[in-house]
Each structure stands twice: as C-alpha cells, then as structure tokens.
Design a protein around this ligand. Structure first.
Ligand code: ATP
Ligand code: MG
Length: 286
C-alpha cells in the first residue's frame, strides 16, 4: 500500500512563510492559504496539515502527523516525546528575561523571590533551577510584556525580536536563556514506508540548505598564480581549471562556502584573480 507522509505546518504565523518556501524549494507542490486546513501534494506522497504551532508537537507525538515544523522553543517547552531530525535555520529568535528599566540588575540572583510572568514556565523553571534561583513563575499565554507595568510581576521571560515591544512597555532585556530556530520534528517510530519518505524529504532539505550556504565562483587567473588560488578554492572535490584563449591565463570554477567567502575572496584577489563572478547555487547534491 502506498502511504502518505503527513506533515504538520503552522497555518499562519512566523514559521509559515519560510516553511512553505522550503517545500517549494524542495520541489514539493501543494496548495495553502484561504482557510485550507489540509492539502495533498500534487507531486510528492505527502499530506500537509495547517495548525496552530502549539498543537504541532502533540500531533506528532500522537502520530496524527508524521513530521512537523515548529520552533525549538515550543518543542522544548512542551517536552513531548518527539525526535528532532533537522534544524532549519529560519524563525530564529531568543527567549529572554526583561525587567523594568530603572530597576537594578546584578545578575540572575536579582530574581530571587521575585514574580516572573512568562508563557514558557518549563524553560524558565529549568533555567532558574540551573542557576539556583527561587522565583515565582506566573504562566500567562499572551501580552506578557505588560505584566510589570500592571503590577503582576517584576520581570518577564518572553520571545524577543527587535526589542521594540520591550521598549514600549518600559522594559530592558537583561538575560537570554534560550536561542531558538525552526526545527523538523518526527514521531519516534515511523514505519518503514514513511521513514523512507522522510529520508527522501530530508535529503532534499539538506540539498537546498547546502546550496544556500555555498556560492559558485568563476574567475580568471594568471597561470603562475593557479596553485595559490586553487588552494583557496577546494571546491566539492577540486576546482575545474581550463585554459583561456589568452595565453598564460586560465578560468577557474569552484564552490565556496558562504562562511569562508569574504575571507577567501580577498586572498584570491590579492593572488591575482580577475573577473570574479559569484553565482547562487540552486541545489547542491552530495
Ligand atoms: P499560532 O497562532 O500558530 O499559535 P503564535 O502566535 O503562537 O502562532 P508566532 O508568533 O507565529 O506564534 O511564532 C511562531 C514561532 O516563531 C515561535 O514559537 C518562535 O519559534 C518563532 N518566532 C517568534 N517570534 C519570532 C520573531 N520575531 N522572529 C523570528 N521568529 C520568531
Ligand atoms: Mg502558538
């Protein structure tokens, strides 16, 4: 029997756009939007479920969904029995403690005996326990930032993005307790058919990510500098070197990791390379 891999995605929110984009880049097509709650892909054996992000870890644990994309903050907070199979590199954010501006802060010990409002009682509780601090955690589900100004708590622990929400509520960020990004989670025991599909998907995701993290580079090099330049461009196996029509010059093609890009590009120029083209890569298969 052919099976469908069921994949839970956030319906609409800070994970949605990048999640949809990721599947698009993996060549997996499906319809979404305008109130749709599920959708079967037209070219990959998968069914997509569109949910609130908070519900995704539970659905995956129960096996209603085989895979899901969720923020690491939510997955860890909920402590469901699911497996993280891959970090996806988007929806990056941090969970931080903030206090009223003008309040003294001498480190996390300043929270001893204080009231802290948060939607992340487990993450915060574990952090405080690790620091040996005893405080009162007030769990609230939203608008956490107003808690200090209405006298509910002296501090908050919440997701911080630009910090403008903190600012407009008279708060200052004092400690980051967790850094998060979107992750792909799975049920702990997929059957063999679904595991094979999940592996196929993961292979595509890794190829898309590798492509994003690398650039294709083409340049002209004087032959006397070839050794130096190719040593700076290891490529996937080794760079391609072909002679130019101009005597004494070669064309060099290679792949360069984004992280090494700026450092190496300067050394490559200094070694005598000219006409350097840097081209995005669409897919990269190892
Ligand atoms: P839902 O309606 O699905 O319950 P939500 O309001 O709980 O959505 P969002 O605000 O869409 O959640 O955030 C979803 C996830 O995106 C968060 O759990 C976090 O991992 C990440 N996230 C939150 N804020 C930001 C931000 N400013 N920038 C990037 N990622 C963020
Ligand atoms: Mg939510």
């Amino acid at each position: 029997m052919s099976s469908l891999l069921r994949i839970a995605l956030q319906k609409s929110g800070r994970l949605s756009e990048d999640s949809y984009q990721l599947f698009k880049e993996c060549g997996i097509r499906f319809d979404y939007g305008t109130g749709k709650l599920k959708s079967i892909s037209s070219n990959f054996p998968a069914e997509f479920l569109f949910l609130r992000d908070d519900d995704i870890p539970g659905y995956v644990e129960d096996g209603v969904a085989d895979l899901g994309i969720v923020g690491e903050n939510v997955a860890v907070e909920m402590g469901r029995n699911v497996k993280t199979i891959h970090k996806l590199g988007f929806s990056k954010c941090r969970l931080s403690i903030a206090i009223l501006r003008g309040t003294e802060w001498t480190g996390v010990q300043s929270l001893e005996g204080k009231n802290i409002a948060t939607s992340y009682p487990n993450l915060l509780g574990n952090y405080l326990a690790g620091e040996g601090v005893k405080a009162h955690i007030h769990e609230i589900s939203g608008s956490v930032e107003i808690a200090p100004s209405i006298g509910l708590a002296e501090a908050v622990c919440d997701i911080v993005s630009s910090g403008s929400t903190l600012l407009s509520n008279g708060l200052k960020e004092v400690e980051t307790i967790f850094r998060s990004e979107a992750i792909l989670i799975t049920h702990t025991e997929l059957d063999a058919d679904k595991q094979a599909l999940a592996d196929k998907l993961l292979f595509r995701i890794k190829s898309v990510q590798a492509a994003k993290n690398n650039k294709y580079i083409v340049l002209n090099a004087p032959n006397h500098a070839l050794e130096r330049i190719t040593s700076l461009l290891p490529g996937m196996k080794s760079p391609t070197v072909t002679p130019l029509a101009t005597e004494g010059w070669s064309s060099v093609h290679s792949v360069l990791n984004e992280n090494e890009f700026w450092e190496n590009i300067e050394a490559i120029r200094a070694a005598g390379a000219e006409g350097i083209l840097v081209i995005p890569i669409e897919k990269m298969i190892y």
